[in-house]
Structure formats: structure tokens, C-alpha cells
Design a binder for this molecule. Sequence first.
Ligand code: CDP
Length: 242
Amino acid sequence: MIDHQIIIAIDGHSSCGKSTIAKAVAVRFGYIFIDSGAMYRAVTLYALRHNLIIDGEVKREELIGALPEIRIDFRYNPERQRSDTFLNGENVEEEIRQLTVSQNVSPVATIAEVRKAMVRFQQEMGRNKGIVMDGRDIGTVVFPDAEFKLFVTASTEIRAKRRFDELKSKGENVSFDEILQNIMERDRIDSTRKASPLRKADDALVLDNSDMTREEQMEWVIRNVEEKLEGTSSKFQVPGSR
Ligand code: CDP
């Protein structure tokens, strides 16, 4: 039996199913799942509500000044088998997924002070391991020593199609082109920003799921995590004890 716990870091491009993978891995191994993007989305929602973003322009200094007023926490929702995101005590899980937030989140996530505050909180949550976290800088900055690192990607069109279907099924009135533009723009900002740009950690496994079904993908990921767990657990075994 494998009874030690590790940190699983999942990074990658926008809308390639990182959260779906992270959630399933967490359920499978009984780990905590943290969606770090939800934190940047919650900060963005706060900024939008307080008029700290006007026509896509973030009032940087004012937002940095407001950081002490922004309290984010996650509370487990058994129905969804994952946590809901709370902003200053309010459940904002639905609202942070809307396109308005997606369209403004990447500029907010370029601000080094915002990142510093989020990363501190993320590292705190991972202190006892047994955690799966997905984002853009988890394997590179937040948990550079994570035992298992995955970098997920898929073609831009496929990602846009998946996100389009998801928002449509929730009743959001969006166009495919709008989604495609948003994904390309976020990829561009996330990859070129100065503070912790999106990049694959040298020791991350790459998963391109463009042509994979969800089942194939999950089987592949779970098998690789299991191999990693078996590999790391053998280090603690007394030779000849098997
Ligand atoms: O929509 P998607 O699931 O692709 O994105 P997300 O994981 O919800 O993250 C939203 C945005 O937050 C990203 O486009 C990044 O700009 C930012 N982010 C980040 O900078 N660092 C992270 N660790 C997670 C998200």
C-alpha cells in the first residue's frame, strides 16, 4: 500500500482540461484539489466590482493597495466533489467562470504583487502535501520540488471548441470567435509576461490531449501518477522487505 503523499503540479495552456484532470486525480488518490486559476479569477472579480479595471485597463497601484482587503478561501462542495471559491465570504464559483472575468484575468495575473500574495497562500495549502494544484506556474514557481509534474496542452481550436460547449451548456450567450480570441490572447499574455511566465518545467511530463478521449487521458495520467508513487515509495522500503 502507498501511504505517503506527494505534490502533483499540473500546468498548461488555457482551457485544455487541467482542472478536469486535477479533480479526477484528486478524487482517485484522496488528495485535496486546488484550482489556482480560481484565485486569480477571484481577484479579477474583486477588481471589476470595485472599478479597478476600466475598459481592460487595470488600476495597478490601487489593486495592489486593495490586496489586504481580498480574502479568498475554498470550501468543499460534496455535490461537485470539489471546492467552491469564496471571495470575502461570498461564494463566487459561478461568477468567476464568466467570460467577462476570463477577458480581464490575464492582465491582473501579470502583476507581481498579486502573484506573490497568491503563491504564498498556495504554498501554505501544500504544506502537508497530498495536494493536486493546477495553474500556470505550479511546477516552476509554487512547488518547484513537486514529485509529479504534468504539462497539458491541446490545439487552440480544440480548446476553444471545448470551452465554447461548456459555456453554452451553462446558458451563456457567447460566440465561438470571442472564445477563440480570448484563449489566444490569454496564452499570449500568460507566456510572455515577466512575472512567472507559463512554461514547462524541465522535469514535467507533457500531455497533448487534442486527440484523446477523456477516458484515455485519465488512464494515462493515473498510470503515470501510480508509477511515480510506487517509485517514490520504494525509497522508503527496507531492502528485501517485499
Ligand atoms: O480558463 P482556464 O482554466 O484556462 O484558466 P484558469 O486556470 O482559470 O486561469 C485563469 C487565468 O489566471 C490564466 O489565464 C492566467 O492568466 C492566470 N493564472 C496564472 O497566472 N497563474 C496560475 N497559477 C493560474 C492562473
